[in-house]
Design a protein. Structure first.
Length: 55
């Protein structure tokens, strides 16, 4: 129990960071499922526009 109380701040920050990363991944997957780009820009001027969405 002493270890838990001594490291509570680190554990809390780690959980918050993990939650933020999980939300980012979920957002990217939802956009990909809808067919939207995940880079935040249009594909017209993108040098990788022919590769976008390939698996």
């Amino acid at each position: 129990m002493d270890w838990l109380t001594a490291n509570l701040g680190t554990i809390t920050v780690g959980l918050v960071v993990a939650a933020v990363i999980a939300l980012i991944v979920v957002n990217i997957l939802r956009k990909r499922k809808k067919g939207q780009t995940t880079c935040g820009c249009g594909c017209a001027d993108c040098p990788m526009k022919n590769k976008c969405g390939e698996k």
